[in-house]
Design a binder for this molecule. Sequence first.
Ligand code: ADP
Length: 318
Amino acid sequence: MKLAALGEVMVELAPQGADGAGTPLLAQGYAGDTYNTSVYIARSGVDVRYVTLLGDDPYSAQILATLAAEGIDTTAIEQLSGRSPGLYMIRNSADGERQFTYWRGEAPARALFADTVSRERLQAQLREVDCIYLSGITLAIMAPPAREHLLTFLAEFRRGGGRVAFDSNYRPRLWATPQDAQRAVAALLAQADIALLTLEDEQLLWGDVDADACLTRNADYPLAELVLKRGPDPVLLQSDGTVHALAVPPVTGIVDTTGAGDAFNAGYLAARLHGAVAAEAVAAGNRCAARVIRHRGAIIPAAQFAAERALAPVAASE
Ligand code: ADP
C-alpha cells in the first residue's frame, strides 16, 4: 500500500535560546501539515510519495534531501528554476504562546496542479498509489482552476478504486473569504473517503455549536469514515451511520502540541493502510500524537520518535 500526500513544505525558523545580548537564536527546520504527516507515516513503515513544487535553491535541495532521508519518495516533486520555498518564523510571545509569521505568498507549491504538462505527469504518478492525502491548506494555496482539475482527477482516482483522505485544517488568512474556504472544503469532502477533522477548525469555519452539530452537518457526504479530533477529549468516529466516542489515553509530560493533529493523521492512515479497522486506527492515531506532543516541534527527531514507540503500548496491527 502506498500513499501520496499533496501540499507545501516550508523552511521553519524557530527560537532556540538567545545570545548574550538577549537576541533570539534561531534553529532552521522544515515543516508543513501534509509534510509532517508524511514524515510520521514513513516512520510508521508505510510507503509515502510527497507531492509539491520546490525551487532550485539550496533550501529546496535541503528539503529534497530531508525527505529522502526520511525514506519519502520525491519522484513527483517538480523544481521550478529561480524559485525558493516558503518560509515562516516562530516567536514566543510574552504569555508563552507561539506566534507564526509566514512568507509563503510566492511559494512554488502554489502552482500545484496548475500547468497542463506537469499536471498530466503528476496524475500519472498519483494513479500509482492507493491513497491520496491532502488538507485544507493544500486547497488554500492552489489557484481555483487548479482545484477544479484536482477534483476532477480525484473523482477519476476513486472510480479506479483509490481512496482519498482529507483534513480540513482551516487557516483563515490563507483564504480570501470564509465562504471560499467553505465551498472548496465542501467540494473536496464530496470526493473523500476519510475525513480527519479537528472540532476547533470546524467551529471556526462553519460555526458549529458543538461536536454533534459538526457530525450532523457532515452526515450527507459519501464518507466511509469521519474522524473528529478534539485534543484530549474522546475522538468521535462516524462510520456506517454510527458514532463511536473513543477515549484518548492520558499523556504525561506534554511539551508542545504543535502538529498533534498531523501526527494523529499519520498514525491513523498508516494503520488503515496496514489493514487496521477504523477504531484501531484511531488508537494508532492517538499513540502517534502522544509520541510527538511529548517533544518540542511538529517534527521530532527520528531517534526520539523511535524511543517513544518503545514506551507506548503498540497494537498488533502497527
Ligand atoms: P490539532 O493539532 O489539529 O489541533 P487536536 O488538538 O485535536 O488536533 O489533537 C489531535 C490529537 O492529538 C488528539 O486526537 C489526541 O490524539 C492528541 N492530543 C492532543 N492534545 C492532547 C492532550 N492534551 N492529551 C492527549 N492527547 C492529545
